[in-house]
Design a protein around this ligand. Structure first.
Ligand SMILES: [Zn+2]
Length: 328
């Protein structure tokens, strides 16, 4: 099944402009990902964002997340209690809930989670009697499981954020995404939408991603560090620049949490500033030197860092066992 999906992805692959600034030019760092998808992980020559220059075409995107993504990532079509236990999600949700409630305090109400996955964070909200919360989960198998759960009845919507009309019946105070933002193909549009959703109450956006700062560890994970569903690789600097551009002010950054994964990056941003009319790449351009450094690091990795792993990968293609990060 995984092989068929990789074939399907490779046949629908198309060239993508920079996800954030729209620039066409990018220089390639790594030609393919851990599944053998030719996704050309590249660095934008204008704003320094590292993103997959080639990825699946828009017309296949919805059905990819609805039907194929979990096969590709977990090699499983179904969500079961046993799978959840093994996934570690229960512990991650507990840790996230503890960090976030410390920061937010008694304001933890009117919450929207984008990409609820196994639903463990929603269950923490239910347990804490949070008033008004909803989770968006477009994956068919996962949302089916969540919708059937008594505790979550009426709290799960099987939709992408971009498909939401008036299903959310409260003014959002908190929007959270845990290892979901890096999957978005239009991060700038999403940030604008989140700003609009939160603007009435000057709410908070909390984004957690695998951080692409200097602590990325390709020597340890090799090609397994990269996969096509991660549309972009965010460092804290780039993320702060993007959030500022879209009208958010960053209030806190949390990094390097052993409870989630070594390169976890969580960022708390308040929707307060008016959105700028046009993109100004200058605010991100100071990340240029950082981007250059990362580019060198990756080239180094590919040239010298892990020859054995690369040969193994070329030989075995997508049968290479996926080590994967703890949480995605
Ligand atoms: Zn760019």
């Amino acid at each position: 099944m995984r092989k068929e999906i990789v074939k399907k992805i490779n046949s629908s692959i198309t060239s993508i402009d920079c996800l954030f600034c729209g620039e066409k030019n990018a220089s390639e760092l790594i030609p393919y990902d851990r599944y053998g998808v030719n996704c050309s992980i590249s660095i934008c020559t204008k704003c320094g964002l590292i993103y997959t220059k080639k990825n699946i075409a828009n017309k296949y995107l919805s059905s990819f997340y609805a039907n194929d993504y979990r096969y590709l990532y977990n090699d499983t079509p179904k969500l079961t209690d046993n799978f959840i236990k093994k996934s570690g999600d229960i512990g991650y949700a507990k840790h996230r809930f503890s960090c976030i409630s410390k920061f937010v305090g008694s304001q933890l109400n009117n919450v929207v989670e984008i990409g609820s996955g196994t639903g463990q964070f929603l269950l923490k909200l239910a347990e804490a009697n949070v008033s008004n919360y909803v989770g968006l989960e477009p994956g068919v198998a996962y949302s089916e499981y969540l919708i059937e759960k008594d505790e979550l009845r009426g709290h799960v919507i099987r939709k992408f954020w971009s498909e939401i009309n008036d299903e959310i019946k409260f003014d959002s105070e908190l929007i959270v995404l845990f290892h979901v933002f890096e999957h978005l193909d239009k991060p700038r549009d999403f940030l604008k939408w989140a700003h609009m959703m939160l603007s009435k109450r000057e709410g908070l956006l909390i984004i957690e991603v695998p951080g692409f700062d200097t602590d990325l560890n390709p020597w340890r994970f090799g090609i397994n560090e990269f996969h096509m569903a991660h549309r972009a690789y965010y460092s804290s600097k780039i993320l702060v620049g993007m959030l500022n551009e879209c009208g958010f002010s960053v209030e806190k950054i949390e990094k390097h949490e052993k409870e989630i994964c070594a390169n976890n990056l969580r960022i708390y941003a308040r929707s307060t500033i008016t959105i700028k009319n046009s993109f100004d790449s200058k605010s991100l351009s100071d990340s240029g030197s950082e981007a250059e450094a990362r580019s060198k690091l990756l080239k180094y990795f590919f040239r010298y860092g892990s020859t054995a792993k690369i040969i193994n990968f070329i030989k075995n293609g997508f049968d290479l066992p996926t080590v994967g990060r703890k949480s995605d």
